[in-house]
Design a protein around this ligand. Structure first.
Ligand code: AMP
Length: 566
């Protein structure tokens, strides 16, 4: 069922004054469609099957009516509401929503319970008495088995993001919890998609559920062609450089994570011959406006920005949005790519990711309900074709518009003096005229990570790249490797590849930078020994990154990185 929610107010829905005051305090003006449709059913005590995504306001859709129905009159301190979530992050977020919405209700306590947290603290909190428990299925199950979480007084059970719990393999735990909650308790299940197993749960555990389906408009405009590129074997900057060469671009927005990266990436692009400018929150408003005007009037083509700065930016000529770094959350992605495909035009969005980002990308696809197509790194052939076409065009333009008489005389002289063939002469001039961006480049060979030969091939590839853009490469190094924050605390790690494996420091830098997404300027001193090497990395490098690096291949061997305990 879907009704028009615009006319309704929270007051019309019959929520009590304390909740209305909290809602007002949070700045919610009108109920979202999922709230307008779900709240009345939950207030009536009905089971509900809600199909809605994150971002639709579904948390308040179940939290508000459940809080309204809560019985706080008795001395009973046992939990009345249990919410199961697929992740600890969601558990924390949902618990926070309950807390915010119930802030005017005294005698009400909320707790989030999830794996990885000390049992002791959780047990103490449960003993003190809580009315709302939000947690992940496994840990909730543990407490139920231990008897530290008693659900005899439970009035409502919510399964939030049920399809995600299914995908993460928690469905048996969820069923176990369901079958150990009181028969009479109200059950609400929310899921963005309805796979067969979820429908199975609905049929088995929900009683004549009211169905609420919120058909969100496709979150991302249909006019935007969304692609991603897995970057391997070269830096993101070089990958972006290649993309910009072959794509038909007009205005381009490049999104990065931090203010510092806006400068780094803009500088890197400038060094590669692009009209790029950084825009970030450190700049004065009028300075930012000036830059946006320049983009509008085509004085610059590429803007490198953070999410914050790009809010509300409306420039029609943006043909491409590049996610140089994936955004923190899905909403930011939707917002970013909405900068293109404006005013009925077509647009392109390209995300540059490392293999480790694949999971985040897949999650994103689920939320935006749109497949993001994989693209390949533009081949050398494609680049050569573009460069040659551009070169021919430039030559034709010079012939058409410039006075060449003096140069004709010069070349005639030259021909007589050197006895050169016309063809040779033209070819030599073409070679000279190609400038920094050579017309004929070689293909980059990138092997699969599982391939034993990877290290060697990578080395070859880097060798080729080194020749192709030696100047750029040096520039990049000096900007990025050279300017490492001196006060950054570093830790020495040992890696199981060494001189005998035919590697050089640059292979290690490349592999770590590309595979783990560590900025090369954060990679410190590298010492090569025969059978192993050491590399300094920031002391706060996350554990997962180190774990990921263990499996990265260089010189035909796994890095198997660990803290240097020699
Ligand atoms: P959710 O889908 O529950 O994750 O909520 C998405 C976001 O919408 C959260 O930041 C909520 O605080 C916010 N939100 C929920 N309901 C409303 C509402 N009626 N009006 C404005 N914002 C809301």
């Amino acid at each position: 069922m879907t009704t028009d929610s615009e006319q309704l107010s929270f007051h019309d829905l019959g929520l009590n004054d304390k909740l209305l005051a909290a809602i007002e305090g949070m700045g919610y003006q009108t109920p979202t469609p999922i709230q307008a449709n779900t709240i009345p059913y939950v207030l009536q005590g009905r089971d509900v099957l809600g199909q809605a995504q994150t971002g639709t306001g579904k948390t308040a859709a179940f939290a508000l009516p459940l809080l309204h129905n809560m019985d706080l009159s008795g001395k009973e301190q046992l939990p009345q509401v249990l919410v199961l979530t697929p992740t600890r992050e969601l558990a924390i977020q949902v618990a926070e929503s309950f807390e915010n919405l119930s802030k005017n209700i005294t005698k009400l306590d909320v707790i989030s319970i999830y794996g990885g947290q000390e049992y002791g603290r959780q047990i103490q909190a449960l003993r003190r008495g809580v009315q709302v428990v939000v947690g992940t299925a496994g840990r909730i199950m543990d407490h139920m088995r231990k008897g530290t979480l008693k659900l005899d007084a439970l009035k409502a059970l919510v399964l939030d993001e049920a399809d995600e719990m299914l995908r993460m393999g928690f469905i048996d735990d969820v069923k176990w919890v369901l079958s150990h909650t009181p028969e009479a308790c109200q059950r609400l299940l929310f899921s963005a998609t309805m796979p067969r197993d979820i429908i199975g749960i609905v049929n088995e555990y929900l009683r004549e559920p009211c169905k609420v389906q919120i058909k969100t408009k496709t979150a991302t405009a249909k006019t935007v062609h969304q692609r991603f590129l897995v970057v391997k074997g070269l830096s993101k900057l070089d990958a972006l450089d290649r993309i910009l060469e072959v794509e038909d671009t007009d205005g381009v927005m490049v999104f990065v994570k931090t203010k510092t990266s806006t400068m780094e990436v803009a500088d890197g692009l400038k060094a590669r011959g692009h009209l790029a400018v950084a825009i970030n929150g450190d700049m004065q408003q009028n300075q930012r406006e000036h830059i946006i005007d320049q983009l509008k009037s085509s004085k610059i083509n590429i803007l490198v920005a953070t999410d914050v700065v790009a809010r509300g930016l409306d420039v029609e000529r943006i043909s491409h949005v590049i996610n140089y770094d994936l955004p923190q959350d899905n909403e930011a992605y939707i917002h970013r790519i909405g900068r293109t495909g404006r005013a009925g035009r077509e647009g392109d969005a390209i995300s540059l990711i490392y293999i480790k980002d694949m999971r985040q990308l897949r999650m994103l696809e689920r939320v935006i309900r749109h497949t993001i197509e994989e693209m390949q790194l533009p081949s050398a052939t494609a680049i050569i074709e573009k460069r040659v076409a551009r070169f021919k065009h430039e030559v034709a333009e010079v012939i058409r518009h410039k006075d060449l008489s003096k140069f004709k005389a010069l070349m005639q002289d030259f021909q007589v003096e050197y006895g050169a063939e016309t063809e040779d002469m033209l070819a030599a001039l073409a070679l000279l005229a190609q400038g920094d961006k050579k017309l004929f480049i070689k293909e980059i060979q990138v092997q699969d990570q599982r391939n034993e030969r990877r290290g060697r091939d990578d080395q070859d590839a880097r060798g080729l790249r080194g020749k192709r853009t030696e100047r750029d490469q040096r520039g990049f190094r000096s900007q990025n490797r050279g300017e490492r924050d001196l006060d950054m605390s570093m830790r020495t790690y040992r890696i199981e590849v060494g001189r005998n494996d035919g590697i050089e420091p640059r292979n290690i830098v490349g592999a770590i930078a590309n595979e783990a997404g560590i900025n090369s300027r954060h990679i410190g001193h590298i010492k090569l020994f025969d059978k192993f090497s050491t590399v300094d990395l920031p002391a706060d490098t996350p554990k997962q990154v180190i774990e990921h690096l263990k499996k990265v291949w260089v010189g035909g061997k796994k890095l198997d990185i660990k803290e240097d305990g020699r």
